[in-house]
Structure formats: structure tokens, C-alpha cells
Design a protein around this ligand. Structure first.
Ligand SMILES: CC(C)(COP(=O)(O)OP(=O)(O)OC[C@H]1O[C@@H](n2cnc3c(N)ncnc32)[C@H](O)[C@@H]1OP(=O)(O)O)[C@@H](O)C(=O)NCCC(=O)NCCS
Length: 165
């Protein structure tokens, strides 16, 4: 049985590793190996410092940390960020359990609108969040790529218009 619990100092290395996995996932889907910079694990430390340990949760399975989730609060708005489950343990309900915990905590803190902001090409995450109850389309953010360096692929249709991703 997976245990979802609040972050503790001893979890730091495991959480840094999970942040690296999150970065590798984004590098893979975009085919860009510079995403996340040279030390992506350090972004966990920055996140922890920004939100505080009481807004970070881990999934523990057989003594190992296999997942990580966080909650960013801004007034009565909240954002689930990040959510990552170690690759070998995906598809077993751990991500759903982490998100449920974050949703419960957000509700108990008086959050009225809770958001998630997966990147456009992270189709599996979009499906995961939609299936977890995020069924309202809030803002959309579109890019005009002035660098011309990235390769975009055909993406989604929103408001009857096609977007690359
Ligand atoms: C997204 C992620 C956190 C989901 O965690 P998980 O433990 O694998 O997900 P769960 O097993 O709890 O899945 C719950 C439900 O989400 C949906 N889902 C999960 N993974 C999915 C996938 N790859 N494609 C489509 N739907 C998916 C399904 O509805 C699933 O329910 P089911 O198993 O009954 O079909 C995990 O795949 C992950 O770490 N991905 C890489 C990092 C990432 O993209 N994080 C989100 C960044 S915003």
C-alpha cells in the first residue's frame, strides 16, 4: 500500500531525483536536452524554499519515495505543481493518490480555484488531470516561437482553431 505523507528533510535526495525524472520526461517529449538546465534537481530545493515543506507531499512505497506533489497557494487560488511518479511505478494509482491529497489540502485551506498547468505536449498528463477532475478550461497560453529553434508538431484544436504543440 502506498503511503501519502508530508515531506520530511530526509526525503530531499529522493525528491531531487524525482524532479530530475520530471525534467527528463519534458526533455523526452520535446526532444530538447537543455530543458531544466544543468542541475535540474536543484529546482526541487528552490520549489521547497518557495512553498515550504508543509506544501510538499511524497508517496512512500515499501520504504522508498516513489512520487512527489506540491501545492502553490496564491490567495484563494492554488496550483498543483509538481506531480511526478517514478517511471517504474506509473500507472498504479500513485499519481491519483497524490493529487487527491493535494486537492483535499487545498480545499481545507480555503482554495476556491485549483489549477494545473501541464505543457501543451504533455498529453498523458493532460489526460491524467482531466480524469482526476480538472474539467474546466481556465486560461490558455499560446506561443509565437521567434527563435525558430524548436520543432513543433500538430497539436490540439481549441475554439475551432488548430494549435501546434
Ligand atoms: C502524470 C503522472 C504523475 C501520473 O501518475 P500515475 O501514478 O502514473 O497515474 P495513475 O496511475 O494514478 O493514473 C490515474 C489515472 O490517470 C489517467 N492516466 C494516468 N496515466 C496516463 C497516461 N499515461 N495516459 C493517459 N491517461 C493516464 C488514467 O485515467 C488513470 O486511471 P486508470 O489507471 O484507472 O486508467 C505520471 O505519469 C508522471 O509522473 N508522468 C511524468 C511527469 C509528468 O508529466 N507530470 C505532470 C507534469 S504537469
Amino acid at each position: 500500500m502506498v503511503l501519502i505523507r508530508c515531506y520530511e528533510a530526509a526525503d530531499r535526495e529522493a525528491c531531487r531525483d524525482l524532479w530530475v525524472e520530471l525534467t527528463l520526461h519534458h526533455r523526452r517529449i520535446y526532444g530538447v536536452d537543455t530543458i531544466g538546465g544543468e542541475d535540474p534537481g536543484s529546482q526541487f530545493d528552490e520549489h521547497l524554499m518557495a512553498v515550504g515543506p508543509e506544501r510538499v507531499w511524497v508517496a512512500e512505497l515499501e520504504g522508498a519515495i516513489v512520487g512527489l506533489a506540491g501545492l502553490i497557494i496564491d490567495g484563494t487560488s492554488g496550483e498543483v505543481e509538481p506531480v511526478v511518479v517514478t517511471e517504474l511505478r506509473r500507472g498504479a494509482g500513485i499519481g491519483r493518490a497524490l493529487v487527491s491529497k493535494v486537492v483535499d489540502e487545498a480545499a481545507s485551506l480555503g482554495v476556491r480555484l485549483l489549477s494545473v498547468r501541464p505543457v501543451g505536449r504533455n498529453t498523458s498528463a493532460i489526460q491524467f488531470f482531466r480524469d482526476a477532475g480538472f474539467d474546466v478550461l481556465g486560461h490558455i497560453e499560446t506561443f509565437m516561437d521567434l527563435s525558430g529553434e524548436r520543432e513543433w508538431v500538430p497539436g490540439e484544436t481549441i475554439a475551432d482553431r488548430d494549435f501546434k504543440m
